[in-house]
Design a protein around this ligand. Structure first.
Ligand code: ADP
Ligand code: ZN
Ligand code: ZN
Length: 822
C-alpha cells in the first residue's frame, strides 16, 4: 500500500513575505485541513503556531521540516478570511503574516515568545495532572512566569504546544498578557420580586391595593411591566431597563423599592452575559425621511449606500430596521464603530432589539472572551452571534454568512490604524469584506467624508439623505464670537468670552448641561524658561515635553519618556519657568473659578487612559451628576444626551489652521459633530464658537450646517491640488537610528521611484516630528491618479524597497508604507 505524502503551505504571524512549506507526518494525513493551526519550528529555535493555507502533494525542491503537531480539530479560519487578509496585505503593502498577527485573538496565536503563568483560579488539584503538566507547574511555581520556549526545555519540542494548549483549556495556566487584561467586571443593579409575594394571596393583596387608588396608578404600571419582564417574578430584571423606559415613572420605581416590593441586588455584569431583547424592531415607526432612507439603502442597485443624516435625525433607527431585515433573512450583520470605548449607548440600544444575538468584539475584553466571541461568530446554531458590533478589528471575525455591514460615523479618522501594519482603514476594508460576501454596505454619517460623498454624487454609491432631526427637534442655533473683538472690549476672562460665560450661566440656572470642546490634547501645557526660552525636549524624539498636572511631570506623547518638572532651567539656571499653552486641563481649572458651583469633569485622551473612568464619566453625565463636560474629540462622537442645551467650541482656530489637506473637512466635521450634541430632545440648543477668524469659510459652513458648501469648495481643491478622491496617496517613511543613513536610503529610494513614476513622487523630506523613539524619519509621497494601475504601482514600490534593503549596509533600515493616509 502506497502512502501519500502531503505538504502544507503555512502562514506564520510574522512580517515575512509568502508562506512556508512543511511536510505532514503520515499520522495526520486524514486530519490535516486548511485553516487549522499547526505547531512548527521556525528558525533555529523558535516554535510557532502557524495556519494551514494549502494542503498539497507538490514535493518542494528543498528539504522540508515536519509539522510537529496539529492544534485544532476543526479549522479556525475560513477560506474567505484568508482571502480578506491577502487582499488587505496587498492593498496596504504589507504581508499576510502582518494581518494574521492582528486578526487572530492572541489566545489563538501562541508563539514560543508568549509567556504563561499559573491560572489564578487553579487551586492545586494536582491529582488529575499528568507528569508533563506537573513538571511545567513545578517550574512555574518557582519562576512565576515562563516563556513557552522554556516549556520545550522541560518537555521537548514535540509536546510543547499541545501541552500548553490543553493546560490553558483546563484552566491550569493562562497567558500572561491575558492576566494583565483581566478586567474587573462591572456591577449593575437588578430588581427581583420580594420573596413574600411568591405567595398568591400576598400578591393579590398587593395588586388590589395598587389598583384601588388612582394616585398609585404609576406604581401599578411599573409593577405590571416588571411582572411581564420578570416572567411573573421568576427572574430578575435589570433596573436600568425600567429606569430607561420613558413611559414609566422613575419615582414610582423608587417607591416600590422603598416599600420592599422590589428588592435591589448588585450583580456582576459580564459583557458576554445574556441580555434578552425587550423590544421588537417591527414596532419602530419610521418617519417619512427614515422610511425612504430605509427603502433606498435596502433595495438600491448599488451594493454600497451612503446615509447622510443630520445629527439626531435617527440614523440608528434606520440601521436597526436594516439589521432586522437582514437577520430575518438568516444572515449576519457587522456593525462597525470608530471607537468601541464610546459605544456603551449604542450597544444598549442594539441589545434592546436584538438581545442575545449581539456579540460585542472589544479590545478591552481579555483574550478568552475574545476567543469566545470568535467561536460564537463561527457558530451557525442558535447559540451563535448574528449581529457583531465592534471597532475595526471586528472585520477579522470568522463570519459564516455575512449579509450586511454598517459603518457608522464613516468619516471618522479613527477607522484608520496608523501603527503597526496593516495600516488599514476599517471603512474601506469593510467595503472589500462585504464584496467578498456579496453583502450590502451602509456608510452613515452626519458629515460624510469627501471621498464617500463624492462616490455617492457620481452614482457609485446609493445615496439617502435625512435633513430633519427626528421628532421635529430644531437644529441648534450656532453663534460665533469674534475673539479679537472680545479681547479689544476686554470681554474675555480665562480664555472664555463673556458671551459664552453668559450662555453657560443661563444653562446652569435652568439645570441644563454644557459640553465644551477643545481639540488640542488636554495637557498641552509646556514649560518654558522665562529668561532664555529653553523648552524641555524629549531625549528620544524631536518634540517638546508636555506638562501633566496629576503627576507633576513632563512627558513625551510619542514615546512616554517622562521627567519631574525641573526646578530650574538647566541652560541658564534661572528658576522662573513658566507654563504655556491652552488645554483642557487648564480649562478645567478656569471653569472652577468662573463657575464655582458647577460640577465639572474632563474627558480626553489622557484622563481616559483608564477607559473604565471614561465610561463612569459618561454615565455620570447621563445621570446628571456632572454639569459641564470638557473634552477633546471624544465628546463629539455620536453621544445622545437629552439635557445638553449649550455647546461651546473654545478655539476653532486650532482646527482650521492645522496644516493638512483635510483640515477644512475635519474642522467642519468636528464643529458640526460637537454642535450635534446640543438640544437633541425638546428645546433648541445653542452652540457658541470662539474664533479669531469668524469669517473663515469652514466656520461659516458649520454655522449654516451647510455640508454642500463645504463639499463644493473642497472637491475643487482636491482636484486642483491632486488629493483624494481624485488621487490615491501612499506615504513612505524611511527610518533608522542614524540620520545620514536615513538621508542616503531615502534619496536613493526616491530616485528609483522617480524613474518609475516621475513627478508623482514628492520628497524625501523630514516630517514635522523628524525623530521618534531614537529613529530618524524621512518621508516620501507617491500619488496615483484615479484609474491608474495602482496595484501594479504598489507592487513595484514594494519590490524596489525589498531590493534596496537587501543591501547589507541597509539591513537595519525600515521602510514603512502608509496607503491612503489619514
Ligand atoms: P443620530 O444617530 O442620527 O444622531 P439617533 O439615532 O441617536 O440620531 O436619534 C436621535 C433620537 O431620536 C434618539 O433618542 C432616538 O431614539 C430618537 N428616534 C429617532 N428615530 C425614531 C423613531 N423612528 N421612533 C422613535 N424614536 C426615534
Ligand atoms: Zn533659561
Ligand atoms: Zn519621546
Amino acid at each position: 500500500m502506497s502512502r501519500r505524502t502531503f505538504f502544507v503551505d503555512l502562514l506564520l504571524p510574522l512580517h515575512l513575505p509568502g508562506t512556508y512549506t512543511y511536510r505532514v507526518p503520515f499520522e495526520y494525513n486524514d486530519v490535516i485541513r486548511v485553516g487549522q493551526r499547526v505547531m512548527v519550528q521556525f528558525g533555529p529555535k523558535r516554535l510557532y503556531s502557524a495556519l494551514v493555507r494549502r494542503v498539497h502533494e507538490e514535493v518542494p525542491a528543498y528539504k522540508t521540516k515536519y509539522v510537529l503537531s496539529i492544534l485544532d480539530l476543526e479549522p479556525i479560519v475560513t477560506e474567505r478570511q484568508f482571502r480578506f487578509w491577502e487582499w488587505m496585505a496587498s492593498y496596504y503593502m504589507c504581508y499576510p503574516g502582518d494581518v494574521m498577527a492582528v486578526a487572530l485573538p492572541s489566545s489563538l496565536r501562541l508563539t514560543s515568545e508568549s509567556y504563561i503563568v499559573v491560572h489564578p483560579d487553579f487551586e492545586g488539584e494536582y491529582g488529575n495532572l499528568n507528569a508533563d503538566e506537573l513538571r511545567v507547574l513545578d517550574v512555574l511555581s518557582r519562576k512565576g512566569r515562563i516563556a513557552i520556549d522554556e516549556v520545550s526545555g522541560i518537555t521537548g519540542y514535540q509536546k510543547t504546544m499541545p501541552l500548553v494548549k490543553t493546560m490553558i483549556e483546563k484552566h491550569i495556566i493562562l497567558m500572561d498578557e491575558e492576566l494583565k487584561q483581566r478586567y474587573t467586571p462591572r456591577r449593575a443593579a437588578w430588581l427581583r420580586l420580594n420573596e413574600k409575594y411568591r405567595d398568591e394571596g400576598e400578591l393579590k393583596q398587593l395588586f388590589d391595593s395598587l389598583e384601588k387608588k388612582s394616585t398609585l396608578h404609576k406604581q401599578l404600571m411599573l409593577f405590571m411591566k416588571f411582572m411581564q419582564l420578570s416572567d411573573f417574578g421568576k427572574t430578575a430584571v435589570k433596573k436600568r431597563i425600567l429606569a430607561d423606559d420613558k413611559t414609566l415613572s422613575l419615582s414610582a420605581l423608587e417607591t416600590l423599592v422603598k416599600k420592599e416590593v422590589l428588592v435591589v441586588e448588585q450583580r456582576e455584569e459580564s459583557r458576554l452575559a445574556f441580555t434578552a431583547a425587550t423590544e421588537s424592531a417591527d414596532n419602530i415607526v419610521l418617519s417619512d425621511e427614515q422610511q425612504s432612507a430605509f427603502q433606498i439603502l435596502s433595495s438600491a442597485k448599488q451594493t454600497v449606500g451612503l446615509l447622510h443624516g443630520v445629527t439626531s435625525s435617527g440614523k440608528t433607527e434606520v440601521y436597526i430596521r436594516l439589521i432586522d431585515q437582514t437577520l430575518k433573512q438568516g444572515k449576519q450583520v457587522l456593525f462597525l464603530l470608530p471607537e468601541i470605548a464610546l459605544t456603551a449607548q449604542i450597544i444598549n440600544r442594539l441589545q434592546r432589539y436584538f438581545g442575545q444575538k449581539v456579540g460585542v468584539y472589544h479590545s478591552r475584553f481579555n483574550t478568552q472572551e475574545r476567543a469566545e466571541v470568535w467561536r460564537r461568530t463561527m457558530d451557525p446554531s442558535d447559540n451563535g452571534y448574528t449581529l457583531l458590533v465592534g471597532a475595526r478589528s471586528a472585520l477579522f471575525l470568522p463570519f459564516h454568512n455575512l449579509g450586511l455591514v454598517i459603518v457608522d460615523e464613516e468619516h471618522d479618522s479613527s477607522y484608520k490604524q496608523s501603527d503597526p501594519a496593516p495600516r488599514y482603514n476599517g471603512r474601506d476594508s469593510a467595503l472589500w469584506l462585504a464584496q467578498l460576501w456579496d453583502a450590502r454596505t451602509v456608510l452613515g454619517s452626519a458629515t460624510p467624508s469627501i471621498e464617500s460623498y463624492f462616490h455617492a454624487q457620481n452614482g457609485k454609491y446609493a445615496f439617502a439623505e435625512m435633513k430633519q432631526r427626528y421628532g421635529g427637534v430644531k437644529m441648534p442655533e450656532v453663534l460665533c464670537v469674534d475673539m479679537k473683538e472680545a479681547h479689544r472690549k476686554k470681554e474675555v476672562r480665562q480664555n472664555f468670552s463673556q458671551f459664552l460665560i453668559d450662555h453657560i450661566n443661563e444653562a446652569l440656572s435652568r439645570k441644563e448641561q454644557v459640553i465644551l470642546f477643545q481639540n488640542r490634547r488636554g495637557f498641552s501645557l509646556r514649560v518654558e524658561c522665562d529668561v532664555c526660552h529653553w523648552i524641555p525636549q524629549c531625549v528620544h524624539c524631536d518634540v517638546s515635553l508636555v506638562y501633566h498636572k496629576s503627576t507633576n511631570s513632563l512627558r513625551c506623547h510619542y514615546c512616554g519618556y517622562s521627567i519631574p518638572v525641573p526646578s530650574e532651567c538647566p541652560a541658564c539656571h534661572s528658576t522662573t519657568l513658566k507654563m504655556r499653552g491652552f488645554g483642557t486641563e487648564r480649562i478645567e481649572d478656569d471653569l472652577s473659578i468662573l463657575f464655582p458651583e458647577a460640577r465639572i469633569a474632563r474627558m480626553d485622551l489622557d484622563s481616559t487612559s483608564q477607559k473604565k473612568r471614561y465610561i463612569e464619566i459618561l454615565n455620570d453625565f447621563e445621570d446628571r451628576k456632572i454639569d459641564i463636560l470638557v473634552g477633546t474629540q471624544m465628546v463629539t462622537k455620536g453621544l445622545d444626551f437629552d439635557n445638553v442645551s449649550v455647546v461651546g467650541i473654545l478655539s476653532a482656530d486650532n482646527l482650521i489652521s492645522f496644516p493638512d489637506f483635510r483640515s477644512y473637512e475635519r474642522s467642519f466635521q468636528q464643529m458640526t459633530q460637537v454642535s450635534g450634541r446640543a438640544g437633541r430632545h425638546g428645546d433648541r440648543g445653542t452652540v457658541v464658537i470662539q474664533s479669531f477668524q469668524p469669517y473663515h469659510q469652514a466656520i461659516r459652513d458649520a454655522m449654516d450646517n451647510d455640508y454642500q458648501s463645504m463639499f463644493k469648495s473642497q472637491i475643487v481643491e482636491r482636484r486642483v491640488f491632486k488629493y483624494p478622491p481624485y488621487y490615491r496617496m501612499v506615504y513612505v517613511s524611511v527610518k533608522h537610528a542614524e540620520q545620514t543613513t536615513v538621508d542616503q536610503v531615502a534619496s536613493i529610494y526616491a530616485d528609483q521611484l522617480r524613474q518609475q513614476f516621475g513627478n508623482r513622487v514628492m520628497g524625501p523630506e523630514y516630517p514635522s516630528v523628524a525623530r521618534i523613539r531614537n529613529q530618524y524619519i524621512k518621508k516620501i509621497m507617491v500619488r496615483f491618479a484615479l484609474g491608474e494601475a495602482v496595484s501594479e504601482g504598489k507592487r513595484i514600490m514594494l519590490q524596489l524597497a525589498e531590493q534596496l534593503l537587501h543591501d547589507k549596509a541597509y539591513s537595519r533600515v525600515s521602510i514603512v508604507f502608509d496607503v491612503d493616509p489619514q
